[in-house]
Design a protein around this ligand. Structure first.
Ligand SMILES: Nc1ncnc2c1ncn2[C@@H]1O[C@H](COP(=O)(O)OP(=O)(O)OP(=O)(O)O)[C@@H](O)[C@H]1O
Ligand SMILES: [Mg+2]
Length: 226
């Protein structure tokens, strides 16, 4: 049985803005074992978010291939890719991306809406998930009424709404104070303990120390780890 859950093969990404070309990724070969906790580090602007977006099927590479659980996703149609994402991948972005007009509970429920989950189930599961991260008393709170750490915990459980086996996080503690950061870290450690594959981009030394594998990206390639 193949226990590599994420694999990339000679991944390239070039962004073109007017006449300027940015080679964000220049040949990345990555292998992430199922159930592992990996951390991606490296200087600003060197391709970490780009790599996460390609692995998560949010964007397409200029060249190279991405495999999720042995299935190549690079050639999938937009619709099939969206379906695979909804089923298998939870994404927490670099900046909070909760919908400002919706409550914590509604923000979590939206993830299930796109997967066609009945409304009653959406509501029950949203409450259950928010309870898991200690936010039962904040179901009705809007993002503006939550602290940074609380908002990020909502974003994390929203990423878990459809029970994905892969959790991709792009600097989930980037904008947090140390207490909120510990809350988020505890939530992440728990998920890894439950068998999820976790990949985190971070500048945070504490997370990097806890991770089983550290992958260092520099100038669009992996210079350490694999
Ligand atoms: N949509 C885009 N269009 C054009 N250029 C882009 C786009 N997204 C990223 N880039 C460029 O690609 C390079 C890599 O960006 P990326 O966001 O992957 O860096 P990063 O390692 O995540 O940085 P940070 O640590 O600051 O988040 C940068 O030079 C950036 O300016
Ligand atoms: Mg980034």
């Amino acid at each position: 049985m193949n226990d590599t859950i994420i694999r990339t093969e000679n991944l390239h990404k070039t962004y073109t803005t007017g006449k300027v070309k940015t080679h964000a990724l220049r040949g990345v070969d990555l292998e992430i074992p199922r159930g592992s906790f990996s951390c991606i580090v490296g200087p600003s602007g060197h391709g970490k978010s780009t790599l996460m977006h390609l692995v998560g099927g949010l964007d397409r590479p200029t060249a190279g291939r991405v495999f999720i659980g042995g299935e190549e996703i690079t050639g999938l149609s937009g619709r099939r890719l969206a379906a695979l994402r909804a089923r298998r991948i939870g994404f927490v972005f670099q900046f909070f991306n909760l919908l400002p007009g919706l409550s914590a509970e509604e923000n979590v429920a939206t993830a299930m809406m796109f997967a066609g989950v009945p409304e009653k189930v959406q509501r029950d599961r949203s409450r259950e998930l928010l309870a898991l991260v200690g936010l039962s008393d904040k179901l009705r709170a809007k993002p503006s009424e939550l602290s940074g750490g609380q908002q990020q915990r909502v974003a994390i459980v929203r990423a878990l709404a459809n029970d994905p086996d892969i959790l991709l996080m792009d600097e989930p503690t980037g904008n947090l104070d140390s207490e909120s950061e510990s809350e988020v870290l505890a939530a992440v450690a728990k998920l890894h303990g439950e068998g999820k594959t976790v990949v985190i981009v971070t500048h945070n030394g504490e997370i990097a120390r806890r991770a089983e594998r550290v992958i260092r990206v520099k100038d669009g390639i992996i210079v350490e780890g694999y």
